[in-house]
Design a protein around this ligand. Structure first.
Ligand code: ATP
Ligand code: MG
Ligand code: MG
Ligand code: MG
Length: 564
């Protein structure tokens, strides 16, 4: 059955003025076009137009997942605290995990990601190497109590994600699942109309990557990255620094925990590292270094703010002295050799003088390196480690690196046995031995992708949807709703187009043409068919291409074949 959506019925309350709370283009335009509304900080309703686009993104993602043999399922949103305790993340995840208690005092979390749930799901069912590999995926609302939810759909506390998990018997099989996902993610970006760069997101190993993020290029992006036009090297700023330590430094890339034995108080740590007293007051952070909790010293308020904003570290938990003491962890830091992803000590401008903090220790070798994205890189002579930034020579080929900002729209990750080991997800291999499964996890931000598309496709007048994710591909704009011939022509076109499988909306509102043009441009439908009195008299309509602004007159009889 074909049903034509009439704009007189469409729930898309547009705003004439720019909303004060929205700095980012996508946030502003999605609000103005009547596509989203805020319920609370980082929590949005998707109105009909946004929901249509989101469903199109989801369909593209489903298509690509099914094509590589991943199977769709739906896991519970509520996740049992017991599972999080098994993996060690109940404590490590920190305040980003939204926790609730049921009437029996049982603890749950609203799933921010589902490694624990899915590992538990398969662990007693996949018992033999013959049943592997298996990849499962779901599209679902996720919850993260972000420190600074902002930019509309870009960083929500409730958002839609596609998350996939692969289970393999061998590293070669994991590698294959990972490569398939990575390729599918590239196609997803392309099909959604996103110009995106795959960048290394971890320190990497010689001969291959173990995590890649797809970064939609946008000046407004929160992530900074470097890339090399000559050899294709690309990395986010965290990986860029550690990559060098692996390829050129003395480290072997292994995770190395270092601590400051014998230093009992923050004051002592500060004195030891020559950090000014006033810089250390709120300066201890417990950071999840890829499952290894470490304590980092943060130099100053500015860095602390950057951490809170999520610029410097992904997952972290700020502690006071009392809480720190309770963990039994040393106050210390992670040195750059084998630096776990996302863990880094940052230097404050005021610490320039003392930035070569090379400190000997009695029991454990350690050192500090200051590094801040977008600033001068610092070299720790002792460790021979550098952080590369735009303008530096590429660590692979030596050509000059370029820099860009990006929006992380998706990420692929080889987890290995990180969850299968502590959670006991094992299988029997060919030789009859019990082995932990090798896992990968793969996420696409569905709602963030929608925002990223708007960041890349807009002009002063509004959104310019790529056809593949447009809420409607064509809008028919009736300029004269009182003229019977106009109305009849609009109805006929709408019917023909929707019968041909095209998503069409009919702007039948009794508004002035100027208002209609402004709204249609704002909402960004890729093609507008303008039906006016003069054209109808001559048997023609005008077709406007939203992206180029080009207009052509087309015979009414041909119009439904012309668009899209
Ligand atoms: P970020 O670095 O931006 O905080 P993340 O690395 O924590 O993201 P992942 O755990 O890799 O995110 O989740 C997979 C995908 O989910 C991300 O690539 C991103 O597209 C999306 N995503 C993550 N956090 C949010 C959020 N708060 N709001 C909207 N989308 C998000
Ligand atoms: Mg990230
Ligand atoms: Mg995050
Ligand atoms: Mg990520």
């Amino acid at each position: 059955m074909t049903y034509v959506m009439k704009m007189s019925n469409l729930y898309a309350p547009t705003l004439k003025e720019d909303p004060a709370e929205a700095d980012l283009v996508s946030h502003r335009l999605l609000l103005r076009a009547g596509m989203i509304r805020k319920m609370a900080s980082g929590i949005y309703s998707y109105l009909p137009l946004a929901w249509r686009s989101l469903k199109k993104i989801e369909e593209i993602v489903r298509d690509e997942m099914d094509a590589i043999g991943a199977q769709e399922c739906l896991l519970p949103i509520l996740t049992d605290a017991e599972l999080w305790r098994l993996s060690g993340r109940w404590d490590a995840y920190g305040p980003e995990l939204m926790r609730i208690v049921d009437r029996h005092q049982r603890q749950f979390a609203l799933g921010p990601t589902h490694e624990e749930t899915v590992t538990d799901l398969v662990k007693n069912e996949l018992a033999s190497y013959r049943q592997l590999p298996v990849s499962l995926y779901q599209i679902q609302t996720k919850f993260r109590d972000e420190m600074r939810p902002r930019f509309g759909l870009m960083r929500g506390r409730e958002f839609i994600m596609k998350d996939a998990y692969s289970f393999s018997a061998t590293q070669a099989s994991l590698q294959e699942c990972y490569e398939d996902m990575k390729a599918a993610y590239g196609r997803i970006c392309e099909r959604c109309g996103l110009a995106a760069l795959p960048v290394a997101a971890d320190s990497g190993q010689i001969g291959g990557d173990t995590s890649v993020e797809y970064m939609a290029l946008a000046d407004s992006g929160e992530a900074s990255l470097v890339y090399c036009d000559s050899c294709g090297f690309a990395a986010d700023d965290e990986a860029a620094s550690t990559r060098v330590s692996v390829t050129e430094g003395p480290g072997d890339g292994a995770l190395e925990r270092v601590s400051t034995p014998g230093l009992a108080s923050i004051a002592e740590v500060a004195a030891h590292f020559d950090i000014p007293e006033n810089a250390t007051r709120k300066s201890l952070a417990l950071i999840d270094g890829g499952g290894v909790p470490v304590v980092a010293i943060v130099a100053g308020d500015r860095e602390l703010n950057e951490i809170k904003a999520g610029h410097l570290f992904g997952d972290y938990h700020l502690m006071d002295e009392e809480e720190l003491a309770a963990t039994g962890l040393h106050k210390g830091f992670i040195g750059p050799v084998g630096l776990p992803r996302g863990v880094r000590l940052v230097a404050d401008e005021s610490l320039r003088e003392s930035e070569r903090w090379v400190c000997g220790a009695n029991e454990v070798d350690f050192h500090l390196t200051g590094a801040c994205p977008g600033r001068d890189f610092e070299v720790d002579e002792w460790a021979d480690l550098v952080t590369v930034v735009a303008g530096d020579p590429c660590p692979v080929c030596g050509e000059e690196l370029s820099g860009a900002r990006g929006i992380e729209v998706s990420q692929v990750f080889q987890l290995g046995t990180k969850y299968s080991l502590p959670m006991g997800a094992t299988f029997t291999d060919e030789a009859g031995r019990t082995q932990p499964m090798l896992m990968g996890c793969y996420g696409v931000g569905i709602s963030r992708t929608l925002a990223a598309v708007v960041e890349q496709h807009h002009d002063e007048a509004g959104i310019i949807w790529p056809v593949s994710v447009a809420p409607y591909e064509v809008s028919i704009v009736l300029l004269d709703t009182k003229l019977q011939a106009c109305v009849a022509a609009g109805d006929r076109l709408a019917f023909e187009l929707s019968a041909g499988g095209i998503d069409v909306v009919l702007d039948d509102r009794a508004e002035r043409p100027g208002v209609k043009f402004a709204d249609n441009d704002l909402m960004g439908f890729p093609y507008q068919i303008i039906v006016g009195k003069r054209g109808i008299a001559a048997g023609t309509v005008e077709i406007k291409d939203r992206a180029t602004g080009e207009r052509v007159d087309v015979a009414l009889d041909d119009a439904s074949n012309y668009a899209v």
